[in-house]
Ligand binder design. Structure first.
Ligand code: HEC
Length: 101
């Protein structure tokens, strides 16, 4: 009987996870970042373009993550999608960096 009473509480605790399932770096890239980074729009370093990414990667991935979170020049904070979590932005940066090395 005790277990039955706990059930609704357990279901409630799971709700936030269901309402915002963390996206993978690839999903974040495809839904948010590719708008600019897929084409190189506005001077964004293009996805897979090693020459464009090399000098940026030199700054270190942590610095790139900070710039992606807070924005830099034409790059909007979180790619303009403020609902992305830090972890999602970080995963997207890693996704782009790992395809440009
Ligand atoms: C509205 C267009 C746009 C979107 C959307 C966008 N970016 Fe950018 N991003 C840019 C531009 C432009 C730059 C180049 C900024 C500069 O160095 O002048 C840039 C640069 C970057 C850099 C390099 C920063 C550095 O220090 O050199 C990273 C990392 C980055 N973007 C990550 C992301 C991620 C992750 C997303 C998706 C969550 C994203 N961007 C979405 C336009 C965009």
């Amino acid at each position: 009987m005790k277990a039955l009473k706990l059930l609704p509480v357990a279901a409630l605790a799971l709700l936030p996870m269901v309402s915002h399932a963390e996206m993978t770096g690839e999903q974040v890239f495809k839904t948010t970042c590719s708008m600019c980074h897929g084409t190189g729009m506005m001077g964004a370093p293009k996805f897979g373009d090693k020459a464009a990414w090399a000098p940026r990667i030199k700054q270190g991935e942590d610095v790139l993550v900070q710039h992606a979170l807070h924005g830099i020049r034409q790059m909007p904070a979180r790619g303009g999608k403020s609902s992305l979590t830090d972890a999602e932005v970080k995963a997207a940066v890693h996704y782009m960096v790992s395809h440009a090395q």
